[in-house]
Design a protein around this ligand. Structure first.
Ligand SMILES: [Zn+2]
Length: 313
């Protein structure tokens, strides 16, 4: 696709929205414009927000310097002022991750202060969505997909081997306690202040850990929270209204079921829709076997039919 040539300005990138919010606390920023989601949103410009434009650590007093993202998009010559319309017709993938950190504040600290990486969105256990970058800018989360994708890190401690009775599985099982037949999130006290806005308690969407194979290996994982599924569905619906190339589907195998292997490079490049990090590389298992693709798709369909009423901030 041809993108009109544009001149790079000498002023800093416009990281502030250009229009006024109509639904404060429920909108994300796309190319400088507010876009309604209908779920609780904290922007990088908001008090307590997570700002991936900072070219250095934000929690630690020292650490690696430099950008955590790339301005603009590679197909638009990394123009930091690329407009809404060019974005609409060029972004075609939503990449879903779990953060392996357990809560969004820790995720942002590790991405920002230690790993020098980013994701557009961090989705906390209470369903609060943090946006760290305008979607016009390239987050560093999904390797070859970065130029045309949007990345969301869902707060969750992640998979463990069901055969592993020792360290890793033990550590991750400590994050949940059985309560009335349900699995309640119980973040170990050693992690200190979590920054989670909602009061809780927070429960897994399913009452048992879920097992499944990723890249041929059997893993186990507790499910995400219902609040996270709801916000992710509202975000997905908002993104699909904005980016019509993001189809409401996931990679599927010959049997028609959601596929949990790596996609060949050409298939990945051509794919338009919603996918996981494990579709991009065999080195990653996220969003894990518990992530319920069909639930997400049916929730988005319900929203698109007007079937789910909006939730307040
Ligand atoms: Zn990932």
């Amino acid at each position: 696709m041809l993108i009109a040539a544009c001149t790079r300005g000498t002023t800093p990138p416009p990281h502030e929205p250009s229009d006024e919010p109509r639904h404060p606390g429920q909108e994300i920023i796309v190319g400088g414009k507010h876009v309604y989601v209908g779920a609780p949103v904290v922007l990088w410009t908001d008090p307590g927000g997570y700002n991936a434009y900072v070219p250095g650590p934000v929690f630690a007093t020292s650490g690696p310097a430099g950008e955590r993202y790339a301005p603009g998009r590679a197909w638009a010559d990394n123009d930091p002022t690329i407009g809404f319309d060019a974005l609409r017709t060029s972004i075609d993938k939503l990449v879903v991750h779990y953060d392996a950190c357990g809560f969004s504040r820790r995720c942002f600290r590790i991405l920002q202060d230690e790993r020098v990486l980013s994701a557009h969105f961090l989705l906390d256990v209470d369903g609060t969505l943090y946006q760290t970058l305008d979607l016009r800018d390239t987050a560093w989360h999904g390797r070859s997909t970065n130029a045309r994708s949007i990345g969301v890190e869902i707060a969750q401690i992640g998979v463990y081997s069901p055969k592993d009775r020792a360290a890793d599985a033990h550590q991750k099982r400590r994050w949940y306690v059985r309560e009335g037949g349900r699995l309640r999130l119980a973040i170990p006290a050693e992690f200190g202040e979590t920054g989670i806005r909602g009061a809780g308690p927070f429960y897994a969407a399913r009452n048992r850990p879920v097992r499944g194979r990723i890249h041929g290996t059997l893993w186990e994982q507790v499910d995400f929270t219902p609040q996270q599924y709801e916000t992710l569905a509202r975000l997905t619906a908002a993104l699909r209204r904005t980016f019509p190339l993001i189809r409401l589907d996931v990679p599927r195998g010959a049997d028609g079921r959601a596929y949990s292997g790596e996609l060949p490079a050409a298939t990945l490049e051509a794919f338009q829709g919603i996918l996981g990090h494990y579709h991009i590389t065999t080195e990653r298992n996220d969003p894990g076997p518990a992530f319920d693709w069909e639930r997400l798709l049916s929730d988005v369909r319900a929203i698109e039919r007007g079937g789910l009423t909006a939730r307040g901030p």
